[in-house]
Design a protein around this ligand. Structure first.
Ligand code: RB5
Length: 176
């Protein structure tokens, strides 16, 4: 299935919120799930399902990112120790617009202006009080759809498309 374009919310209200974390975000993941359930959001948990201090964040973050890109979940919340690795990994998946967020303004403005579809958090950084405010601000926000923001996102999407076309050309060269 093709990645969702900016502004295509894929009937978000009906779909679960996806969540994933490595060992650095494992404890915070449970806190986020508690917030989501208290707010009435259905949740799909991409793991880790048990604490393994040797696990690797791409193993959980990338399946979540693919589910967001395919529209299987409405949005995602990705957690590692700092939130940095989670955001780097998630943004490798076409159609994903992920960002590490540490303030409430960015949690909603990132959706309103940039159509952010994955919120990245640092399990070793984000406290429980801020966590709830960030998650609520992220999920309550909607992309404004303003022409200038669509224009900017189209430029970002063009990079993804060019990269995908380049890979296709490289594959063809390898085969010939
Ligand atoms: C794991 O120790 C840690 O590097 C990871 O959770 C994350 O913080 C990476 O950015």
């Amino acid at each position: 299935m093709a990645a969702r374009a900016p502004g295509e919310d894929g009937n978000e209200a009906m779909k679960p919120i996806g969540i994933a974390a490595d060992h650095g975000g494992f404890a915070l993941k449970d806190e986020v799930i508690r917030v989501l359930e208290a707010e009435g959001y259905p949740v799909r948990d991409f793991g880790a399902h048990s604490l393994d201090v040797g696990d690797d964040y791409p193993d959980y973050i990338v399946p979540l990112a693919r589910a967001v890109s395919r529209g299987e979940v409405a949005r995602g919340i990705a957690i590692c120790g700092s939130g940095v690795g989670a955001s780097i990994a998630a943004n490798k998946v076409p159609g994903v617009r992920a960002a590490l967020v540490v303030d409430v303004f960015s949690a909603h403005q990132g959706v309103e202006d940039d159509d952010m579809n994955i919120l990245c958090l640092g399990g070793r950084v984000c406290g429980p009080a801020l966590l709830g405010d960030l998650v609520r601000a992220f999920l309550a926000a909607r992309f404004s759809g303003a022409e200038r923001h669509r224009r900017r996102l189209a430029k970002v999407a063009a990079l993804e498309n060019a990269a995908a076309a380049g890979r296709t050309a490289e594959n063809r060269e390898e085969k010939s």
